[in-house]
Design a protein around this ligand. Structure first.
Ligand code: HEC
Length: 105
């Protein structure tokens, strides 16, 4: 699973979590939108799905065949608002869940 940053509408990107060294607190860079080596740009499938999320969808099933993935909205709950200065239910980001093909027995 990965987190997609909306980056205030400027070139959204994906946090490639597998590249992050947790001991260096790299998940909390100074300022949203600063490009880092462990960020990656959205591919066409993710970019299209994100457009639907931005248009108000909660979950989008994107891609084809074994490349399918779920893109889901991350919205501000009451507990998020004490740090994120936004109205409740505001879209804060999206999650990407690649769906692995499970072989049938
Ligand atoms: C204790 C304070 C705090 C709370 C509570 C909190 N966040 Fe955050 N959140 C942060 C900080 C700090 C960042 C990093 C901001 C940065 O990178 O500049 C962040 C980043 C994020 C990002 C990534 C933003 C981006 O585009 O890079 C998302 C998405 C997010 N939070 C969602 C949530 C949601 C959903 C909740 C509630 C379930 C929540 N946060 C609760 C402090 C908080």
């Amino acid at each position: 699973m990965q987190l997609i940053s909306l980056n205030d509408g400027k070139a959204p990107f994906i946090y490639e979590l597998s590249h992050i060294d947790a001991s260096k607190d790299q998940l909390h860079p100074k300022g949203i939108g600063v490009e880092r080596p462990w960020h990656r740009r959205l591919g066409p499938i993710e970019a299209d799905a994100l457009k639907e999320i931005l248009a108000g969808k909660e979950v989008v099933l994107a891609g084809k065949g074994t490349g399918r993935e779920l893109i889901g909205a991350v919205r501000a709950a009451a507990s998020c608002i004490k740090c994120h200065q936004v109205a409740q239910d505001t879209l804060l980001g999206a999650f990407r869940y690649p769906l692995a093909e499970v072989p049938r027995e």
